[in-house]
Design a protein around this ligand. Sequence first.
Ligand SMILES: Nc1ncnc2c1ncn2[C@@H]1O[C@H](COP(=O)(O)OP(=O)(O)OP(=O)(O)O)[C@@H](O)[C@H]1O
Ligand SMILES: [Mg+2]
Length: 229
Amino acid sequence: MCETIMEAVSLTKHFRSADKTWFTAVDGASISLQKGKTLGLLGQSGSGKSTLGQMMVGLLRPDSGELFFHGKLLSYPIRGQARRRIQILFQHPEVSFNPQLTLRQSLVEPFKLMGKPFDDGAILSVIEPFGLHAEHLARYPGELSGGELQRAALARVTVLEPEMILLDEPTSMLDVITQAQMIDFLRRYQQQHQTAYLFITHSTALAEQFCDEIVKMEDGHLLKERNTK
Ligand SMILES: Nc1ncnc2c1ncn2[C@@H]1O[C@H](COP(=O)(O)OP(=O)(O)OP(=O)(O)O)[C@@H](O)[C@H]1O
Ligand SMILES: [Mg+2]
């Protein structure tokens, strides 16, 4: 049984290009995300994937169209419960971390936001499922590998108990083995928590391996959906 977590209806975004003319980066995009499922958004560079993803997590306000979360129309900026339940994992994990804070300090923030106790036991229970350990907590972002940092970013997001995570090319900066590990952690987490993923990628092979359904994007338009499984 499918349970729709999020539905985007006709989201549209225009930007101004360098020559001051307006162009349509995303044109009337409609997609829905299901509980526990991964929707892949596949397309060439500049096709509008990140713009659409960012409208779906509230980082960008659409010029027109509507976004529903559990059937309820969201307004921008997204506030309240929905804001916490809708999360994002960026391509470059460094942007998610303050370079001057240790991993432990960075992890404490979402615990505070959630009003959860943040002793070492609680923090370890959040990072250990992602292959990180006590020794990593005292390190600064610059002292973690790309793969470790991306897993730490995912661990941090999970403290907020998200129902939907936008994964905007979360593995494209990683080597093949680290990428496979990350995909494995994402998959395991989804199986346990039934999180909906919107997975943005250039890679058809990766999309076919990881996604339940794939939508192609071309010049701001979504092409027909197709199932992979
Ligand atoms: N803030 C902005 N201002 C002006 N133009 C923008 C802005 N953000 C994106 N664009 C343009 O909108 C188009 C779509 O960009 P977007 O980042 O959504 O593409 P993408 O499919 O995610 O590409 P990539 O695969 O390279 O990440 C591109 O032409 C881009 O240059
Ligand atoms: Mg992008």
